[in-house]
Design a protein around this ligand. Structure first.
Ligand code: SF4
Ligand code: SF4
Length: 298
């Protein structure tokens, strides 16, 4: 059973909800933090890395200055302005941040001074956490643009660890781009976290359209409700028009933020704020249990 938790925008409270959810599910679940551009599941769960593996996204290119004759043909061949020349146009160097890895310079160089090499674009980690839950997460080297591929690697590793027995909770990246699609693929259910704000509702609506175009089942949770009655009504009406069941809502409460600063999750909060979190998570767990049974029977 794979549950993906997504929100159309950053800052909607998705990772906090994922951390509370995995804390309530316990060590039997595996968490896959697919927000590889800004992974913070490790901080939320107090992770200790037990395994690290390099992530290679494809070839990188470099010029061997000892072999380069300074003819400048590579500079002319590069359509991405990724080859810098010195003032006298005698020395050339590839700018990794601009290089699109097309290989045109390699073909053009008569002196065979350009070589390709496996370029490390990030790292994948498997971590133990203070909650006893295994966390799979990753980091992409800044400037690398292959986050969808790294997200798929995180998902594959989490699948292998779960071995079809445990529930996998996926923390999807924000937005509706390629990395989000990679994080949602293969999931049995998508929990859409809707922030009760104008941009939160608009972005969640775009996400719901994406989820529905992928043929995925989804439920929603409204976060930061209670700040504006009109936003709460708009969020509910948007979900109702889209036919998405509402599993619960979590009113805005500064206590929730302060509990995270103490290294705890939202289910540790006592009183009204904690009760609304627990109610929402119980509803989601009920849906997960129902779907898992159905899956086992089919
Ligand atoms: S691989 Fe392509 S983009 Fe990169 S430096 Fe060579 S020609 Fe330019
Ligand atoms: S084409 Fe080859 S030899 Fe000519 S400047 Fe580029 S790297 Fe140097």
């Amino acid at each position: 059973m794979i549950l993906a938790v997504a929100s159309g925008k950053g800052g909607a409270g998705k990772t906090s909800i994922v951390a509370a959810l995995v804390a309530s599910l316990g060590p039997a679940c595996v968490m896959a933090d697919c927000d590889v551009d800004a992974a913070n599941g490790a901080i939320a769960l107090g992770a200790h890395v037990s395994e690290t593996e390099p992530y290679y996204a494809g070839p990188g290119f470099e010029i061997d200055s000892a072999v380069c004759t300074g003819c400048g043909l590579c500079h002319d061949a590069c359509r991405f302005n990724a080859i810098a020349a010195d003032k006298g146009k005698r020395r050339f160097a590839i700018i990794p941040e601009l290089c699109e890895r097309c290989g045109a310079c390699l073909d053009r160089c008569p002196a065979k001074a350009i070589r390709s090499f496996e370029k490390q674009a990030g790292r994948l980690f498997v971590s133990d956490t203070r909650l006893g839950i295994t966390l799979v997460h990753a980091e992409l080297v800044p400037g690398e643009d292959t986050s969808g591929k790294l997200v798929s690697k995180v998902r594959e590793r989490a699948d292998a660890i779960a071995g079809g027995r445990s529930i996998i909770v996926v923390d999807s990246p924000p937005g509706i781009g390629c990395p989000v699609i990679a994080s949602l693929s293969g999931s049995d259910l998508v929990l859409v976290v809707v922030e009760a704000s104008s941009s939160g509702i608009r972005d969640a609506e775009r996400l719901i359209k994406l989820v529905s175009s992928m043929g995925k089942k989804s439920v929603a949770l409204i976060n930061k409700s209670g700040l504006s009655a009109s936003m709460d009504t708009r969020a509910k009406s948007m979900l109702s028009s889209a036919g998405i069941p509402l599993a619960g809502e979590i009113p805005f409460n500064p206590i929730l933020r302060s509990i995270e600063e103490q290294g705890r999750t939202w289910i540790d909060v006592e009183g009204t704020a904690g009760n609304s979190v627990r109610r929402a998570l119980e509803a989601i767990q009920g849906i997960i249990t129902g779907l898992s049974r159905k899956k086992r029977r089919s």
